[in-house]
Design a protein around this ligand. Structure first.
Ligand code: HEM
Length: 231
């Protein structure tokens, strides 16, 4: 059995399918995360309440986290294998067009946007997951009589710093771009090439990427423009 699995994993199409499936899983998380984050527009109670529900899972919260880490690892690992393989294929006389995306431009930006998202995640977890959710960094100056606003306050204070907000806006644009090209690649990997559906898939994937980018970017932009939380 293990020999069969090794042989299957060695096949280029299986590698691409692993990239595609894990990518779809990660995209699912991103959409879920966006919907939770948009609660920030409803105020601290709604936003913190949502985060606390996850916190209440206790040790169980490591289950979805482990899934996410596994998916991210597989996605990056098999992407590297596919990219290396494509490079090798191009170098040989019998070069097979083994493209990952539809155009070489899309393919190149996939690597850069993917890399930026990868590094963004470390900074992002350092910004919001690891810090204290009750200390002075969660008190927004001038509101709630100096009381902690919890995670909401932490996020709000972070985005009051313009360069951090700018970095987040750039990062979430990369997430949106990566997602829209990624969705198109999934259909290509599945071998769908249709005169009507392919352009439709392209337009839909651009729309999904744009909604994700604009949705996430609206949060730091809102904080920068409003400056004082409406609490
Ligand atoms: C403006 C945009 C964003 C905001 C306001 C935001 C907000 C947050 C907050 C508040 C947390 C900490 C949750 C907690 O500790 O309870 C968090 C965690 C996280 N975010 Fe985001 N996020 C944003 C964009 C993104 C994007 C684009 C991605 C992925 C590409 C992402 C991936 C994650 C991950 C993986 C975690 C760690 C989850 C965990 O604690 O296990 N975030 N985010």
């Amino acid at each position: 059995v293990s020999a069969t699995i090794t042989r299957l994993l060695g096949a280029s199409i299986i590698k691409k399918q692993i990239v595609a499936i894990t990518g779809l899983g990660l995209a699912g998380f991103v959409v879920f995360h966006l919907s939770g984050n948009l609660l920030i527009f409803l105020g601290p109670e709604a936003f913190n309440g949502y985060a606390e529900k996850f916190e209440k899972l206790g040790e169980l919260k490591w289950l979805p986290r482990a899934g996410l880490i596994l998916f991210a690892f597989l996605h990056v690992y098999f992407t590297i294998l596919v990219v290396l393989e494509n490079r090798e294929a191009r170098g040989s006389r019998y070069a097979v067009r083994n493209d990952f995306g539809s155009t070489s431009w899309a393919k190149k930006t996939m690597i850069y946007s993917g890399l930026l998202v990868f590094f963004f995640l470390f900074i992002h977890i350092g910004d919001f997951t690891l810090p204290e959710k009750t200390g002075p960094t969660t008190v927004v100056p001038g509101v709630a009589d100096g009381e902690s606003l919890g995670l909401y306050g932490l996020v709000w204070n972070s985005y009051l710093v313009w360069w951090r907000s700018l970095f987040y806006v750039i990062a979430v644009c990369c997430v949106g771009m990566h997602l829209s090209h990624g969705i198109q690649s999934v259909f290509q990997t599945m071998g769908i090439n249709h005169p009507v559906y392919t352009p439709l898939i392209k337009r839909t994937s651009i729309a999904i990427g744009a909604v994700v980018a604009v949705g996430f970017a609206s949060i730091p932009l809102f904080v920068l423009i409003v400056r004082t939380p409406p609490v």
